[in-house]
Design a protein around this ligand. Structure first.
Ligand code: CP
Length: 318
């Protein structure tokens, strides 16, 4: 097994990123070319939170490799998990993560886990506590289906989509723009998108209202521009995403509708393609005219989730 891919939880290197993109594109051209690679192996997809794309695309990816995927909606169907070391379990939790992860590790060849942040305990979230407990106690390779701070399968699919739409652009201008939302949303997609975009060598500008600075661990090398219209000038790719405040942890500081991307916002970026990981709140985060128009890459991104997952599972299988 490639030691760089014992687990898939984050961006590792441009070399590995390029390899995963290339392999994903080859699976997209011929999804079942490695149908016997995973024969006799099982992947457990464990969800502590809701999902549409991640749940289905990961199963399809595993099936394309001949693996058997089994999904457990742990939040609804499993026992309430205790995550804390040494806890006296005399309240609501029924099963300790040590026991549950150990059991799941014995059932599967690969585990894939979704564990969102609490958005109430910054220390635990930035240390990816719940996700880390699965990795620690399962003893098997673990793929992140979105942790508290990263969503690497989404980011890999996003990079595949950028590559497919590069045309002759050598160093695309990529803009990550904050968008309004009515709920406190995690930072994982924005963090990961910044990490992968910078890691792959693209030019990244991040624009958001004051107070929405992301964790600098993910944004070193990006330009931060609080004037959205200046940030969007001449953009090749615009990634739209809401996130809650990181400094005032988990808080909504603005719902200013002026930040919602419309065609008017892109008058100085005539060729810009627009991306969003979905699910999207239409006419709150992004306008119908953009989502339903020719700039939109959102369906391509969602489709590429299959081949991103397939590429990663295949590399872990070796
Ligand atoms: N983009 C994404 O991860 O979608 P789901 O939450 O539906 O899996």
């Amino acid at each position: 097994m490639n030691s760089a891919l014992r687990h898939f939880t984050k961006f590792e290197s441009k070399e590995l990123g390029s390899k995963l993109i290339e392999s994903a594109l080859s699976y997209k051209a011929d999804p079942r070319k490695d149908i016997s690679k995973g024969t006799g192996k099982r992947i457990g997809c464990i969800f502590l939170n809701p999902s549409l794309r991640t749940r289905v695309s990961t199963q399809l990816a595993a099936q394309n490799l001949g693996m058997e995927p089994i999904v457990l909606n742990m939040d609804k169907e499993g026992w309430a998990l205790e995550m804390k070391e040494g806890a006296i379990m005399n309240k609501g939790t029924v099963e300790h993560i040590k026991d549950a992860a150990g059991v799941l590790g014995s059932y599967f060849d690969i585990l894939a886990i979704r564990a969102f942040p609490t958005l109430t305990n910054r220390e635990e979230d930035i240390n990816d506590f719940a996700f880390g407990q699965f990795v620690k106690y399962s003893g098997k390779p673990v793929i992140s289906l979105e942790s508290a701070i990263r969503h690497p399968l989404q980011s890999l699919a996003d990079q595949i989509t950028i590559q497919e739409n590069l045309k002759n652009i050598k160093k695309p201008k990529v803009v990550l723009t904050w968008a309004p939302h009515i709920k406190a949303i995690p930072h994982a997609v924005a963090n990961s998108f910044a990490e992968w975009t910078l890691g792959m060598g693209h030019d990244l500008t991040i624009t958001h209202p004051e107070g929405y600075e992301l964790d600098p661990m993910f944004t070193q090398g990006a330009k931060i521009e609080h004037d959205q219209s200046r940030a969007l000038e001449d953009a090749d790719f615009v990634y739209v995403k809401n996130w809650s405040s990181f400094n005032d942890y988990g808080k909504i500081l603005s719902t200013d509708p002026k930040w919602m991307l419309t065609e008017k916002h892109l008058r100085n970026a005539p060729d810009a393609k627009v991306m969003h990981c979905l699910p999207v709140r239409r006419n709150l985060e992004l306008s119908d005219e953009i989502l339903d128009g020719s700039r939109s890459l959102v369906q391509r991104q969602a489709e590429n989730r299959i081949y991103a997952a397939q590429s990663v599972i295949s590399h872990i299988l070796g």
